[in-house]
Each structure stands twice: as structure tokens, then as C-alpha cells.
Ligand binder design. Structure first.
Ligand SMILES: Nc1ncnc2c1ncn2[C@@H]1O[C@H](COP(=O)(O)OP(=O)(O)OP(=O)(O)O)[C@@H](O)[C@H]1O
Ligand SMILES: [Mg+2]
Length: 129
């Protein structure tokens, strides 16, 4: 079961947090793990909005060999020129602290990021039990 949420304005980031929390509960994640994945989702949704110009997130409860939640954020914004630089703590092209992507990676059990300049960005985060 996958749920898609459009991320177009700040209120959508709040909705993403709520739905990720609900599906994390449903998937049986511990309270600590729920909070980790909600925090990662919040950072990634914010980036999708602020830098990607909006996009979508697909939230999925995974109930196979691994159990937990999987999130895929996608936008068709400007993309990221240097992903290694963007992942580094303290790197920002905006007004943030530059901690969002590195923080999100640490909070996810699996994390991947793909981006193409002029095409967009895709970030996947899974949190497993
Ligand atoms: N979806 C995206 N599209 C384009 N660029 C992005 C995207 N997500 C992140 N970036 C780039 O990566 C940089 C680092 O992102 P990160 O979330 O780590 O920090 P930040 O958003 O600048 O600050 P913080 O998250 O701490 O408030 C951003 O400043 C931006 O240049
Ligand atoms: Mg950020």
C-alpha cells in the first residue's frame, strides 16, 4: 500500500509528518524509530519544497522480509550539481544550517539520493524494524 502526497506548500510538510507518523505506527516501528523517520521526512519534504520547487512523496508500509516504512521524495526542480557537497553537514545554498540531508541519512536505515541538473531530485529513505 502506497500513499502519495503532493508537496506544494508548508502545510503539506505538516501533512507529510502526520501521515509518515501514522504509517510508521501501522508498520510496527518503535516510538524512537517513528520519530527518526518522521524527522527525516520533515527535512526531506522541506527540501522538496524549498529547493525542488515542490514535488511528491510516496509513503509505503513494507511488510515483507523487512518491516517498516519506505519514503520516496521526487521533484522536477533544478537538481543538485554536487551531491557529495550537498550531503556534507554545513553545506547550504539557502538560509538553512545545511544539516538536513546528512541528518536524514543518519536517521534512515537505508538512504539514497539521485539528482540530475535541470531535471530534478529523487531521495529514498527506509526505516526498518
Ligand atoms: N530537492 C532538492 N533540489 C535541489 N537542491 C537540493 C534539494 N535538496 C537539497 N538540495 C541542496 O542541498 C543543500 C543541502 O541540503 P540540506 O537539507 O542538507 O541543508 P539546507 O536545506 O540548506 O539546510 P537545513 O536543512 O539544515 O535547514 C541545499 O542547500 C540545496 O542546495
Ligand atoms: Mg534542508
Amino acid at each position: 500500500m502506497t500513499e502519495r502526497i503532493d508537496i506544494r506548500r508548508s502545510e503539506d510538510v505538516v501533512l507529510v509528518r502526520q501521515r509518515v507518523r501514522a504509517l510508521a505506527v501501522q508498520s510496527g516501528l518503535s516510538l524512537v524509530d517513528q520519530t527518526k523517520v518522521v524527522t527525516a521526512a520533515s527535512e526531506l519534504a522541506r527540501n522538496t519544497l524549498d529547493y525542488g520547487g515542490g514535488g511528491t512523496v510516496d509513503i509505503e508500509v513494507v511488510n515483507g522480509l523487512r518491516r517498516g516504512v519506505r519514503l520516496v521524495f521526487e521533484d522536477q526542480g533544478p537538481g543538485i550539481k554536487d551531491i557529495d557537497a550537498a550531503m556534507r553537514d554545513g553545506f547550504t545554498t539557502g538560509n538553512g544550517l545545511g544539516l538536513g540531508l546528512g541528518g536524514a541519512k543518519r536517521l534512515c536505515s537505508e538512504f539514497s539520493i539521485e539528482s540530475a541538473v535541470g531535471k530534478g531530485t529523487r531521495v529514498a529513505c527506509s526505516r526498518w524494524k
